[in-house]
Design a protein around this ligand. Structure first.
Ligand SMILES: CC(=O)SCCNC(=O)CCNC(=O)[C@H](O)C(C)(C)COP(=O)(O)OP(=O)(O)OC[C@H]1O[C@@H](n2cnc3c(N)ncnc32)[C@H](O)[C@@H]1OP(=O)(O)O
Ligand SMILES: CC(C)C(=O)C(=O)O
Ligand SMILES: [Mg+2]
Length: 558
């Protein structure tokens, strides 16, 4: 049997059937192009009979996308098939995908047809589709709840009628891996006995799987079917689709790649796909953005946390050798940036690693001082800790004497039920030039206060006013505790015109005051680091020189 698993992507058809998802033409084209780049074998572009928009979508993708098969769905009737072909016919390699349900539940309650009638409709549909193209796929909807002997009869009839791909969908996500394996193996045996052994061997005839995730088993079931001999997997990017979704393409592809050893042992050779795995994450992000179906952070492969290490013991392991806690290489699926994320559970090794990767060399003693402050001042306060906060601790520890600014007093008007804007007046001290007072109007109280502080100290946010322009790269407010009396914490990251970034943190019972403290903290760090950072780096590096590095620790992590 062939060792290639064909990826049939149905993001634009079954994926778009996700409640609440509706893609316009330009979005379909954008996703279609990304799927071609990704290297999928077949793109199911839509269900042309269902609406003029779907028809046009399939027609446009069929015309525009090259180097990929374009499939369109059609019920088992002449009209659907004719319309599907009309939409498909300009494609380089068009495929008609016709289907009908085979389970007694669907026959009795939905189609109101006998098994014999459905058998005939299936056969007729495939024969009719073959009048337009030899590339015809048939799906036995709800196959996994169908009577196996009857299903086999349908499968053999449509194979004889000319179907090149026969799909055995787990339409309602009902099956389990072992059962599905047995079903696929059973159908392959039946097809072989009916004279299709050679076509199955050469891949001229293929069994396909299409699994839904109602029990969270879509990927496991699909892979089980592959072990049994299925060679096409129908799936979607991020696993979107009807109800709980379809099998996630990225999980199928990366399992085949990462566990090639297992498939080789079981099947005698590893299974390949045509997917360029480095395009997985960008495609996932595009689909999430255009469909509005955002990916949960802990989603395998494409979730924001899928390759992130936040806890100290894991970070230490990964820094020493990434294989300790990583089974895949994050760059292989298209992630960039660091895998080490600072947070509540981070340890000394991670802090050291982060500082080194930002060019700081610290002695053990200096590192201990930084780590203790990190533990006491930040770990429990911020949920995620951008690297800039860590550097901020160094400045607080070694450069605070060079901090020029202090807030003497600030007041802010907070308004409700009026069209007037809040106003803030602040008095600050720049110890190099003395006291300054400024007044500013803002969209909200924090905005007014930030503008007043900036103006008083000779900066500005945005285009208005004079002074050096600063960008507020990150701003967030959180509560440390519950209720209206909880202490507020504010974090800001500023960027100056030269691209230097500094973070600041402020805590106060009053959230506007917490914001002002954070801003002053970031501005102090900015000024001191501009003046003294280069010198400090050299001093600290000298102090660290000559200290032996930890035995056995070879930083491998990116
Ligand atoms: C498992 C899957 O994902 S299947 C694909 C599901 N996707 C969709 O349904 C999305 C698009 N669907 C639609 O826009 C509409 O349902 C349409 C245009 C296809 C049909 O709309 P309507 O004609 O109004 O029919 P409606 O959707 O209410 O009912 C489905 C009809 O198709 C019939 N039918 C369902 N599946 C099939 C099939 N595979 N082959 C033949 N007939 C079928 C049903 O028996 C029913 O027929 P009836 O009208 O004679 O009772
Ligand atoms: C149309 C078929 C393939 C389908 O989407 C299903 O059965 O889930
Ligand atoms: Mg489906």
């Amino acid at each position: 049997m062939i060792n290639r698993v064909y990826i049939f992507d149905t993001t634009l058809r079954d994926g778009e059937q996700s409640p609440g998802v509706s893609l316009n033409m330009s979005q379909k084209i954008e996703i279609g192009k990304a799927l071609v780049e990704l290297g999928v074998d077949v793109i199911e572009a839509g269900f042309p009979i269902s609406s003029p928009g779907d028809f046009e979508g399939v027609k446009t993708l069929a015309r525009e996308l090259k180097g990929v098969e374009i499939a369109a769905l059609a019920r088992a009737n002449r009209k659907d098939i004719e319309v599907a072909w009309e939409a498909l016919k300009e494609a380089e390699n068009p495929r008609i995908h016709t289907f009908i349900a085979t389970s007694d539940i669907h026959l009795q309650y939905k189609l109101r047809k006998s098994r014999e009638e459905v058998l005939e409709l299936a056969e007729e549909a495939v024969k009719f589709a073959c009048e337009f193209t030899s590339n015809v796929e048939f799906s036995a909807e709800d196959a996994t709840r169908s009577d196996w002997e009857y299903l086999a009869e349908v499968v053999i009839r449509v194979a004889r009628a000319g179907a090149k791909v026969i799909n055995i969908p787990d339409t309602v996500g009902y099956t389990v891996p072992q059962e599905y394996y047995e079903l696929i193996a059973f159908l392959i045996e039946k097809l072989k006995a009916a004279g299709f052994e050679e076509s199955l061997e050469t891949g001229e005839l293929q069994l396909s799987v299409h699994c839904h995730n109602d029990l969270g088993l879509a990927v496991a079931n699909s892979l089980s079917a592959v072990l049994a001999g299925a060679r096409q997997v129908e799936c979607t990017v991020n696993g979107i689709g009807e109800r709980a979704g379809n099998a996630a393409m990225e999980e199928i592809v990366m399992t085949l790649k990462t566990r090639a050893d297992f498939f080789r042992t079981r099947l005698g050779e590893a299974l390949e796909t045509g997917i360029n795995t480095r395009k997985i994450v960008p495609t996932s992000q595009l689909v999430a953005q255009l469909t509005g179906m955002y990916v949960q952070p802990n989603k395998a492969i494409v979730g924001a946390n899928a390759f992130a290490h936040e806890s100290g013991i894991h970070q230490h392991g990964v820094i020493a050798h990434r294989l300790t806690y990583e089974i895949m290489n994050r760059e292989d699926v298209g992630w960039s940036g660091s895998a080490i994320v600072l947070g509540k559970h981070s340890g000394r090794h991670a802090v050291d690693y982060k500082l080194r990767s930002r060019g700081w060399k610290l002695s053990k003693k200096a590192l201990s001082r930084i780590f203790e402050r990190f533990r006491a001042e930040i770990k429990d306060v911020l949920r995620r800790i951008p690297d800039e906060y860590l550097e901020g601790i160094i400045y607080d520890e070694f450069l605070s004497e060079a901090y020029p600014y202090r807030v003497i007093s600030a007041q802010v008007s907070s308004l409700y039920g009026t069209s007037l804007n809040p106003i803030s007046q602040v008095e600050v001290e720049d110890r190099r030039v003395g006291r300054r007072v400024a007044v500013a109007v803002g969209v909200g109280s924090v905005d007014a206060a930030f503008k007043a502080v900036a103006q008083a100290l000779g900066y500005r946010f945005g285009n208005e006013g004079d002074g050096e322009r600063l960008k507020l790269v990150d701003f967030h407010i959180d509560a440390l505790g519950k209720g209206t009396e909880a202490e507020g914490v504010c974090g800001v990251i500023l960027e100056d015109e030269a691209g230097r970034r500094t973070a600041g943190l402020g805590r106060d019972g009053d959230i506007v005051a917490a914001g002002i403290k954070a801003l002053i903290n970031a501005l102090n760090r900015l000024e001191a680091s501009r003046e003294k950072e280069s010198e400090l780096r050299v001093t600290l590096a000298k102090e660290a020189e000559g200290e032996p590095s930890e035995p056995g620790v070879q930083p491998m992590c990116r």
